[in-house]
Structures are given as C-alpha cells and as structure tokens.
Write a protein that binds this ligand. Structure first.
Ligand code: CP
Ligand code: NVA
Length: 302
C-alpha cells in the first residue's frame, strides 16, 4: 500500500517516477484512455480552505476515471470529536483512496495507518508535498534538471512549504537557501536530518540579498499560514522586508524563475509588478498541480 504523506517519507526514485510521468500526463491530457481510477471513489477531507488543491484533485481524479466526494471536515462527525482512527476505519471500508488537508501531520498518518487505503497529504502544518513536487516539475519543464541549481526561499522559513523544500533538497541534490527572520527559521535538526548522507546543501540566513545572489529560482509563500491568523499583526512586523521584488530579482541569475505557491498577498511577500512580470510561470505552476497530482494518483495505484 503506497501513500503520499510527506516528501520526508518519499524515496528519490519515486519522486523521479512521478515527475517523469507528470510530463507524459500533461502532454496527453484529453487524449489518454488511461483510467487507473476507473470504478473507484475517492474522498477528500479538508479542514482548511483550498482553491488550487481542491479543484486540481477533484478534476484529476475524474480525469483518471474515478468518482470523488468533497467532505468538509466540519460537516463530518470528525468535527464533533469522532476520532480520526474511527473515521479512517469507516471510510476505508467504503472508498478507495483519500486526500486530506488538515493541521496535524499525525492525523494524516493515523488515517493512512487505520484506513488501509492510499492516502495523500494535501497540506498539513508540517508539509505540503504535492505543492513541492509540482514546483519541481514546473522548474524542470521550463529550465531542465533541478539538480545542482540554486533555489532561494524568502519568507516564513518554518512553515509547511519550505519544510517540504528542505526534504526535497536532500533527495534531489539542489542547493536550497532560506532567508527568514530568526524567529521563523527552520529547526537546525530538521536540516541536518534532511541533508544527512545526501549531496544536498541547505543554508539559512536573515539576509535576503545574499540568499538571492545567483539564484535559479526565487520562491515565496504567505507570511501568515492557515491557522496562524491570530499572529497576523506580529508576523507582518516580523516579515517586513522579506519580499520578492524587482530589486531582489535583479540579484538572481538572468534566467531565474519566480514562483509562488499562491494565494499571493501583493505588497507583502511579493510586490505587484514582480508577481505580474512572472505571472505566466506562477499560473503555469498552479495549473501543474493538476498534472503532477494525476501523476501522484497514478503512482499510488500502480
Ligand atoms: N497552493 C495551494 O495549495 O493552494 P490552495 O490553498 O488554494 O489549495
Ligand atoms: N503555508 C501556506 C501554504 C498555502 C498553500 C499555508 O499553510 O497556509
């Protein structure tokens, strides 16, 4: 039984298989008779808001021949305190796979363990693996192999998106630089574990300019992740200056890509002119959620 619970738990060969298959799936969209989810029904259980992840998974599951039901966790008995393990044991007897967006990584892992069906992490506080697989697919589609390249993340270095980038750097051998205020930097033990025994190279700094110098990909995410809303005012003070803007892009390589997982808050983590100048990449990145996640689904059931 395969699951996609985190980049941490993925092996390099599986990530590469998914990335290669995403290219084929994207090229064949509309033509392919390949329906690996035919006769299946998948459940999507979301505790947090979503536009891209929800629509791309619902579309992707249907395009692969499956049926899908979207379940707002608050409408389930889960929202009234039924344990995740019991929810998993019930759904595991009815549906063929699950896509879960929630707070605790342990909830997704418990669901996978107790349901006995393929389970996908569609974002937790710990990781956003489908996003980072898509981002790497998007980079490689436009610029070739990511191995040996420099990826610079600017902003909240301790949230789910950069954590998935950290694990990916260890597995795919690119250089990752994280520029974040001291209070929002990733835990050093996590970085040590991610690069342990790999050729990955990860550095963390408070200096956005130094991190952007010669980068091949500049990347950012919101300053206030879902669930952190009470800290919004403090975070806006902490992250002032941690913004991708034209001055920062000028320090990167000439053909550097700018990406944002979206949603974007203009004037905060990215300024309006920079987002618009790189909108083609950023919205291709959003579209690629569909293709990359179809490759993830295909990998899970093959
Ligand atoms: N990037 C991303 O996961 O977007 P949604 O929150 O809209 O799904
Ligand atoms: N770090 C963000 C990612 C949104 C796609 C969040 O968790 O809200």
């Amino acid at each position: 039984m395969k699951h996609l619970l985190s980049i941490e738990a993925m092996d390099t060969a599986s990530i590469k298989t998914i990335l290669e298959n995403a290219t084929v799936i994207k090229a064949q969209r509309g033509d392919s008779q390949h329906q690996p989810l035919a006769g299946q029904t998948w459940a999507m259980i979301f505790t947090k808001s979503s536009t891209r992840t929800r629509v791309s998974f619902e579309t992707g599951i249907r395009e692969l021949g499956g049926g899908v039901m979207f379940l707002n966790a608050n409408d389930l008995q889960l929202g009234r305190g039924e344990p995740i393990q019991d929810t998993a044991r019930v759904l595991g007897r009815m549906v063929h796979g699950a896509v879960i967006r929630t707070f605790a990584q342990s909830d997704v892992e418990d669901f996978a363990e107790h349901s006995g069906i393929p389970t996908i992490n569609a974002l937790t506080d710990a990781e956003h693996p489908c996003q980072i697989i898509t981002d790497i697919f998007t980079y490689q589609e436009q610029r070739g192999p990511i191995a040996g390249k420099v990826v610079t993340f600017i902003g909240d270095g301790a949230c789910n998106v950069p954590i998935s980038w950290i694990w990916a750097a260890g597995k795919l051998n690119f250089e990752l630089r994280i520029a974040a205020p001291k209070a929002h930097q990733p835990c050093p033990d996590l970085i040590a574990n991610a690069i342990n025994g790999s050729g990955g190279n990860i550095t963390v700094t408070e200096d956005c300019q130094a991190a952007a110098e010669g980068a091949d990909l500049l990347y950012t995410d919101v300053w206030v992740s879902m669930g952190m809303e009470e800290e919004a005012a403090q975070r806006e003070r902490d992250f002032a200056g941690y913004q991708i803007n034209e001055a920062l892009v000028a320090l990167a390589n000439e053909d550097a890509l700018v990406m944002h997982c979206l949603p974007a808050y203009r004037g905060k983590e990215i300024d309006e002119p920079t987002l618009e100048a790189h909108a083609d990449t950023i919205f291709t990145q959003a579209e690629n959620r569909l293709h990359a996640q179809k490759a993830i689904l295909n990998w899970l059931v093959s």
